[in-house]
Design a protein. Sequence first.
Length: 135
Amino acid sequence: MSSQELADFEAFDKLILDQLSDKERTRSAVYLDQNLRPPGQTQIGGREVQLDHTHVIAFVDQRPGANWMHPCRYLLIDPATRQITSIDSDRPPLFGILPATWREVSRSPGIANWQMLPMSHPAPYVTPNEKKEKP
């Protein structure tokens, strides 16, 4: 089975949400880059990280709407094993508009659209309850 076949991006949502701390559940915005990245060096939060496996990147903004630099973290997901590596940082994936491969996974109640990172053609936000209601 190929890495692309293993990359069920909707299934990653639960994995990501299960990694959030209580504080992050209360006040954060979570994003996922639906781009499989190959093994090797990758830029994460302003530093180089060496990974021996294909991976997907999730981003947890712990202070949505605040100016950078503030606490955040990255979750590096191995699509084959579902193992997650967490990396603390103080900067977003990009300064500017996130590419169209990024999408919103969740946002805590009370976080307004203006507090979210700008994305190219962002998919509309669907609440967890709306996801459960889909056939």
